[in-house]
Design a protein around this ligand. Structure first.
Ligand code: S3P
Length: 433
């Protein structure tokens, strides 16, 4: 259970300067960890995510029979179960991680045995009907507790389906594909907005045949997966905090190397350049079909302009919206966010918490059911920030605090470790005081 214990003081900065290499992408690490644990053979990963969420995925897979070794050089070795997990009477603890719970449900539904998935207080409030429905259509026996965790799975042979996701969700897409991997026939997932495609790319990297059209992904089962060696690209959603921090200070210069630049994840770079930031991408290469490169960012001399984020853009930027909203008062024209209702069912109600914390810092903001209007041209003052135990809220307001007058106190600062344990140390490294 989450307890907000640690507080962190953030002092204003004069500039953001430096060069960083960030820990491995959370979304990719979940998938590499889960697929390696399910595959045949021994996989090896460098720059695996250091966040608690990916540790939850590895811990669950260990309970299901995989072996995970952290090597002295910091790399991770995973010995897979060769397509068949060992049922366990103990609940599988997914911690704070929605990705772990939703993706592992698809992996386990076609397996033999019964499994119980549990999570912390935040995860136990998040909607799970979105995975129960397609899995039940495939014939799976999944019982929720009033639409939430604990999730009880009684494994059974499934049949292939053709499913259109009602809400764009890469976790739901992955859940169905992982069930489809083990199910005779062709399972197809259709989505109105293309969500992050790391699962499609990772399944292929592990040897599976996955076919795609503009708006669908198909997998014909059953197929076996084979171990890989991979370097995980730096996490662009973690980079978002530093990119936005750099965008706040005319004269800033920040270089992030080995950063994941998968086009389904890199929309933030487009938004920052439309706000006026100067962005250069160098040394682009592909690693297991994931784009990786170096990003240089510096702030516009005249300050940032304005942005409107709605429709498909809102879905693609979903994890970056808290930090964009948090820096919006410092733009000249403000930032308008719509079609982002999903923010209300993340690790916290991110619309409500962003509005509450912006107001605490003295900003004007209007809250909508599906978004926020944050006017530009505002001055913020230091305040006490309620992170709600949500890592992205804690980090977003640490960035806003850099340009505020006076000190800001982040409550529940330890939550940053869910995705990015190194965050505060790296912020100190690049924030010039
Ligand atoms: C993720 C998908 C997104 C995102 C989350 C990670 C993933 O969630 O918000 O942080 O790795 O697939 P949804 O699938 O609920 O949109």
């Amino acid at each position: 259970m989450h307890t907000s214990t640690q507080e962190r003081v953030i002092r204003p900065a004069q500039n953001v300067l430096g060069s960083l290499r960030l820990p491995g992408d959370k979304s990719i690490s979940h998938r590499y960890g889960m697929l390696a644990a399910f595959a045949e053979g021994t996989s090896h990963f460098t720059n695996f995510s250091t966040g608690a969420d990916c540790a939850s995925t590895l811990a669950c897979m260990q309970k299901l029979g995989a072996k995970v070794n952290k090597l002295e050089d910091g790399s991770v070795e995973v010995v897979g179960v060769g397509g068949r997990v060992t049922p366990t009477a103990h609940p599988l603890d997914c911690g704070n991680s929605g990705s772990t719970m939703r993706m592992i449900s698809g992996l386990l539904a076609p397996q033999e045995g019964s499994f119980t998935l549990v999570g912390d207080a935040s995860l136990s409030r998040r909607p799970m009907e979105r995975i129960r429905k397609p899995l039940a259509e495939m014939g799976a026996r999944l019982t929720l507790t009033e639409g939430h965790a604990p999730v009880l799975i009684e494994g059974a042979p499934l049949h292939a389906i053709d499913y259109t996701t009602p809400v764009p969700s890469a976790q739901v897409k992955t859940c169905v594909l992982l069930a489809g991997l083990q199910t005779p026939g062709t399972t197809t997932v259709r989505e109105a907005v293309r969500t992050r495609d790391h699962s499609e790319l990772a399944l292929r990297a592990f040897g599976a045949n996955v076919t795609r059209t503009l708006d669908s992904v198909s997998i014909t089962g059953p197929q076996a997966l084979h171990a890989i060696d991979a370097a995980v690209p730096g996490d662009i959603s973690s980079a978002a905090f530093f990119l936005c921090a750099a965008a706040l200070f005319p004269g800033s210069s920040l270089v992030l190397d080995s950063l994941g630049l998968n086009p389904t994840r890199a929309t933030l770079l487009d938004v920052l350049s439309s706000l006026g930031a100067r962005i250069a991408v160098l040394n682009l290469e592909e690693k297991h079909a994931e784009l990786v490169g170096t990003v240089q960012v510096s702030a516009p001399a005249q300050g940032m302009m304005s942005a409107e984020i709605s429709g498909a853009l809102a879905a693609q930027l979903i994890d970056e919206l808290p930090v964009l909203a948090a820096i919006a008062p410092y733009t000249s024209g403000g930032i308008r966010i719509r079609d982002a209702k999903e923010l209300r069912v993340k690790e916290s109600d991110r619309i409500a918490l962003v509005a509450k914390n912006l107001r605490a810092m003295g900003a004007e903001v209007t809250e909508f059911e599906d978004g926020l209007d944050v006017p530009g041209g505002q001055t913020l003052h230091g305040a006490t920030i309620d992170s709600g135990g949500d890592h992205r809220i804690a980090m977003a307001f640490s960035v806003a605090a850099l340009r505020a007058t006076g000190e800001t106190l982040i409550q529940g600062a330890e939550s940053a470790a869910i995705s990015f344990p190194e965050f505060f140390d790296l912020l100190d490294q690049v924030a010039e005081r």
